[in-house]
Ligand binder design. Sequence first.
Ligand SMILES: Cc1cc2nc3c(=O)[nH]c(=O)nc-3n(C[C@H](O)[C@H](O)[C@H](O)COP(=O)(O)OP(=O)(O)OC[C@H]3O[C@@H](n4cnc5c(N)ncnc54)[C@H](O)[C@@H]3O)c2cc1C
Length: 408
Amino acid sequence: MDTHVFDVAVVGAGPTGATLALALAQAGMDVVIVDARDPAAAKRRDGRNFAIVTGSWHLLGSIGVTDNLSKISQPLHGLQAVDGGSHWFGRPSALFSQSDLDGADPDETLGQMVPAQALQAALDEAMSEAAHLTHLAPALFDDLTQVPGAVSLHLRDGRSINTRLLVGADGMNSPVREALGIGVEGRDYGKSVFTADVTLAQPHDGIARQIFMPEGPFATLPLTGQRANLAWYMKRGAAEALAEMPIDQVEAELNAKFAAFSGVMKIDGNIGSYPLILQLANAMIGPRAALVGDAARRVNPLAGQGLNQGFRDVAALIEELSNAARTGLDVGSAPVLGRYSQARRFEATSTALAMDGIDRLFSNDHTLTKPIRTLGLLAAGKIGPLRRLLARKASAAEDGVPDRMKGW
Ligand SMILES: Cc1cc2nc3c(=O)[nH]c(=O)nc-3n(C[C@H](O)[C@H](O)[C@H](O)COP(=O)(O)OP(=O)(O)OC[C@H]3O[C@@H](n4cnc5c(N)ncnc54)[C@H](O)[C@@H]3O)c2cc1C
């Protein structure tokens, strides 16, 4: 029987798990990461492009993966939100730009648009070269047992691993969360998002543009050149059906509805559809265990906050574990994990609920909610301090973010 005890075992080598494992291994901790996916196998198609906000970009920079990524990413210079409902005075809108990040470096952007596949490839490459990091993949986490001073995780292939701390970074259906007996709450929106890459008729100037229609938002997210990634929210079943239709029919439907907002669009590919679900874990920690990323919460992707919230978990956990290691504390002990939970639980839950609130507020043309959202967009558009506050919050540039996200 293997008696080696790792400092940290991470289950899930998606963007949050891989980033955490790399940062901890680089800090000298003895880390193992386990993933069901074989990094050497042919890549699965992934139509997502992530809006990685500035704080998250700094975190990725601190583990050395942004040099290559910046060659293929599109800087985000602004976010424009437009109310697509019917108003006698036109369409209220608000534009958040990098000038709203007062005190920031003049070259600072709101973030970067990065293809999901490229981010994963950069992290896979960094993991293959990292010291102090054992990467087991493909390998499936199955179950766990508590042992004195450690937790033992059991893999489907019969191997067991002992570790002082187990981190579940294993996504929305988290088997680690289930093995810990942590329940979830939330709701299925009954909606899906249709995604595709398109070429635009005019330059986008790095501005992400979103129009809120009563049936759901529609966004063009800038990619390199004159391309953009679409996010079109619609009823469950409609997005899935659209993703199966011939491209010329999809293009005709898209332009009939949104050419007045975005100009004429030509679909390049990367068509996909994803169900929208709100899901919050009832706890972020268990005995010698912590959850990060989608394992802890799945949010509505309408404001591009899901992975960015996951990166906040990662940065906060790195901070607590580094402090513990420096002062000789057990990284899996209850006080260390308690501080992590305290740092994240409230902020993460309130952000997830705020996304839910925005969805409820904008996805209808109700007589009661319409004036509130109109007022909100008018205020954000006209009142500088409010706009600056929202821009700093959205790009994780506000006070109180973990050090790793500050870019020092
Ligand atoms: C259309 C769309 C657009 C989005 N856009 C944005 C955006 O612009 N910005 C943003 O911040 N967020 C965005 N998100 C959210 C983002 O996709 C997720 O928050 C993010 O992918 C979660 O990363 P993760 O590492 O926590 O989990 P995942 O990426 O789900 O990774 C989980 C990993 O765990 C592994 N795993 C699972 N089970 C096991 C097991 N039993 N044993 C071993 N390994 C296992 C899997 O193989 C996988 O590699 C978007 C989401 C969607 C659907």
